[in-house]
Write a protein that binds this ligand. Structure first.
Ligand SMILES: NC(=O)c1ccc[n+]([C@@H]2O[C@H](COP(=O)([O-])OP(=O)(O)OC[C@H]3O[C@@H](n4cnc5c(N)ncnc54)[C@H](OP(=O)(O)O)[C@@H]3O)[C@@H](O)[C@H]2O)c1
Length: 298
């Protein structure tokens, strides 16, 4: 019988444990607050009394807690350091690239395999064919955990042995998400200041989003290949569009904070002579550390 231990029964950890139990796995759980295990026990999970007992129960140990500080507190519990030897620890807690490097060093020093993962879905979206989890870690550890991970997510993106790859790609994706979020919200200000239906604006954004996903996939290849000859979108169009957004925002009397940031980048691209290149050439401006104007950027 397949067996796994799940450490952490928050919203995500409970979902992970439930999916495994419902797939017929023998699941041992542990949570700081033991009261959260009741529903899982009713489905057949076993509740371990200590983190050490939980780790001892299975060769495969999945952790999903609030952050890496919480994870470290659990791994520092008595006996875990020894019990983890020869097991594979799959860390699905969200963390930074440095967290991943530190966690791998901790696991390997104790003779354990280590896989670092970033879940890119909400608990209610887990277990579906299109559920994405980014993963990195040594190939044998990934192979050992793959049957378990396939129950949690149909879209496993294995990024190779560099342990910080999953956390880095997760941050890169989040950077896109938050850039889009502030752009979306500035657009909402434009729409509402013109007394237009912001819900309809949301629907329009949804309609164009799949084609923008394909566009960004193309721009990613442009950057990787280093060939910035125009193939999809000349920089000049974006220079003009972003100035138009800024000017119209000024005229509407709304905050110009977001378009001013964007216009500043595109102005510098123009000044650097990139106007007739593909829009992704903006990254050349962003690669220059001398251009980092943020006070926290160092
Ligand atoms: N929920 C989502 O939509 C989602 C989506 C993608 C990724 N994630 C990631 O999944 C991880 C878990 O998220 P979550 O939504 O399940 O809930 P959460 O509230 O972030 O985590 C709750 C879990 O962490 C435990 N915990 C917190 N501090 C602890 C400590 N000092 N020592 C031991 N245990 C501690 C809690 O134990 P107690 O029950 O005792 O408090 C509980 O098991 C996070 O890293 C999150 O970023 C979540």
């Amino acid at each position: 019988m397949n067996a796994a231990t799940v450490l952490g029964l928050g919203m995500m950890g409970s979902t992970i444990a439930r999916l495994l139990v419902d797939s017929g796995w023998q699941v041992t759980v542990w949570n700081r607050s033991p009261g959260k295990a009741g529903a899982l026990q009713a489905r057949g999970a076993r509740l371990a009394a200590t983190p050490e007992a939980a780790v001892e129960a299975s060769d495969l140990v999945v952790m999903c807690v609030h952050d890496y500080r919480a994870a470290e507190a659990i791994l520092a519990a008595p006996g875990v350091s020894l019990a983890i030897a020869d097991r594979v620890l799959v860390q699905l807690t969200t963390g930074s690239p440095q967290d991943a490097r530190d966690a791998q060093a901790w696991a390997e020093a104790r003779g354990a395999g280590y896989v670092d993962g970033a879940i890119q879905a909400a608990p209610s979206q887990m277990g579906r064919p299109d559920t994405p989890i980014l993963l990195s870690g040594a190939a044998p550890a990934f192979a050992a955990s793959k049957p378990m991970l396939e129950i949690l997510a149909g879209d496993l993106v294995y990024l190779g042995e560099r342990i910080d790859a999953a956390a880095t790609m997760d941050l890169a994706t989040l950077s896109y998400v938050y850039g889009a979020t502030i752009g979306f919200l500035h657009g909402a200000r434009l729409a509402e200041s013109a007394e237009l239906d912001v819900a309809q604006y949301g629907r329009i954004v949804r309609q164009i989003s799949p084609s923008f996903g394909a566009f960004f996939e193309h721009e990613g290849k442009v950057i990787r290949n280093g060939d910035f000859r125009v193939t999809e979108s000349p920089m000049r169009i974006s220079i003009e569009a972003t100035r138009r957004i800024l000017q119209s925002s000024l005229e509407a009397g709304i905050s110009t904070e977001v378009p001013a940031l964007v216009v500043d980048l595109f102005d510098r691209a123009e000044a650097a002579g990139l106007g007739d290149e593909e829009v992704a050439a903006l990254i050349k401006v962003m690669r220059d550390p001398a251009d980092a104007s943020c006070e926290l950027c160092g």
